[in-house]
Design a binder for this molecule. Structure first.
Ligand SMILES: *Cc1c(COP(=O)(O)O)cnc(C)c1O
Length: 398
């Protein structure tokens, strides 16, 4: 049965992923089981997607109720989950309007179009440059690849969309790069794929100052760090400023594909009918799931995220085999003495699923992971990082 899945996948699925040799068959909360019946604690939540873990009862009920009523209408008609979700997002963020899509890359594409339109309306053509940061990640389309400040993703896909300039996240680099053509700055408050790196406060303050002085838009890419993961609903809220545009996706739908581009005061009127669109965007089933996720992301759950975060940082910092720990909330990067891939593989053998981000181990557990399971997973990670052997390392070393 399982062999068949591996064979079928390897024969027919385009080989863009280096999958682990694990066939996941079901999950509940933060526990997963593979086709051999082995149990895992999930410290990756499908890359920050399963905000409430797997098969959460309330989420399943909300999605199922919509699924059995009306699964899709196209954007030619009104549906309530879409309208209610937009209202909930705006009420909780100071944003004014929402465009819905299906992924993080699309949420960013919309933000880029909005920024260029705003600059064209205000300042005429030619003001189209968007500054992005080194070690950022904004998606896999040709335009969001151009925005992604990691050369490794660009190689062999040239020419990419013009008009993106990547800078180091320092005030000096920012001031050197800004000119009359600058339309926007696109940044992740916590760079995820690039190594789980929160932005420095001084740099954020410099961005805010320059943007206000020169009518430049601030676009916060919260595809990964948004929706409660940082310990606040959106990570920008911890930096004390309001972006002009916030993009999000991953954890918003709680496991269904949904992207959102939140438009603030300055850009709320840039779009008119026909300027942008998506067939699936705002799908009622996905929006019903997201509405439920948002309803659970109250102050109590966010406080729990912060408590769990403090616990993980405390346990891991300074431990054997660990060089440093970075991140915010339940978005945590661990620089280890031994290669991150080796650590992740050994954690998997011992029943803990973790991720990597560049050369680090990355943890993105469900926000409601039970404390007991979080502790168990952390103990396994500590043991593996310390090289505490169950035999695997000895075999390798000897
Ligand atoms: C994952 C990610 C994206 C791309 O999202 P997709 O849904 O894979 O298109 C964009 N930005 C950030 C910060 C991400 O982490």
């Amino acid at each position: 049965m399982s062999t068949n899945v591996f064979e079928l996948d390897q024969t027919y699925v385009a080989p863009t992923y280096a999958r682990f040799p694990v066939h996941i068959v079901r999950g509940k909360g933060s526990l997963l089981w593979d086709s051999e019946g082995k149990q895992y604690i999930d410290m990756g939540s499908g890359i920050a997607v399963n905000t409430l873990g797997l098969s959460d009862d309330g989420w399943v009920a909300a999605v199922t109720a919509q699924l059995t009523t009306c699964q899709h209408t196209s954007n030619l008609y009104y549906t309530s989950p879409c309208a209610e979700l937009a209202a909930a997002l705006c009420t909780r963020t100071d944003m004014k309007k929402v465009f819905f899509s299906n992924s993080g890359a699309e949420a960013n594409e919309c933000a880029i179009k909005a920024a260029r339109k705003y600059a064209a309306d205000r300042r005429g053509s030619g003001c189209h440059t968007i500054l992005t940061l080194q070690n950022s990640f904004h998606g896999r389309t040709i335009t969001t690849l151009a925005a992604t400040g990691q050369e490794v993703f660009h190689k062999d896909f040239q020419p990419l969309t013009e008009g993106f300039v990547t800078i180091e996240p320092t005030e000096e680099a920012l001031l050197a790069a800004v000119d009359d053509s600058t339309a926007a700055i696109l940044f992740e408050p916590v760079r995820g794929e690039g190594g789980v790196l929160p932005l420095d406060r001084e740099f954020v303050n410099a961005m805010v100052r320059v943007a206000r002085e020169r009518d430049i838009l601030l676009i916060a890419d919260e595809v990964q760090c948004g929706n409660g993961r940082s310990g606040s609903l959106y990570a920008y809220m911890q930096y004390g400023f309001t972006p002009d545009i916030v993009t999000t996706a991953k954890g918003l739908g709680g496991g269904l594909p949904l992207g959102a581009t939140l438009l603030g005061e300055r850009v709320e009127h840039v779009f008119a009918p026909g300027l942008h669109g998506s067939t699936f965007g705002g799908n009622p089933v996905c929006c019903a799931g997201a509405l439920y996720v948002l309803s659970r992301l109250d102050e109590a759950l966010l406080a729990e995220v912060r408590r769990k975060s403090a616990y993980v940082f405390d346990r891991l910092r300074g431990a054997a085999g660990i060089l440093d720990v970075t991140g915010l909330g339940l978005m945590i990067g661990i620089r280890t003495v031994r290669p991150a891939k080796e650590i992740v593989n050994q954690c998997m053998e011992r029943g803990v699923l973790a991720l990597t981000a560049k050369d680090k181990v990355r943890l993105l557990p469900a926000l409601n992971i039970p404390f007991e399971q979080l502790k168990q997973a952390v103990e396994v990670i500590l043991a593996v990082c310390a090289g505490d052997s169950d035999g695997t390392e000895q075999r390798k070393d000897g």
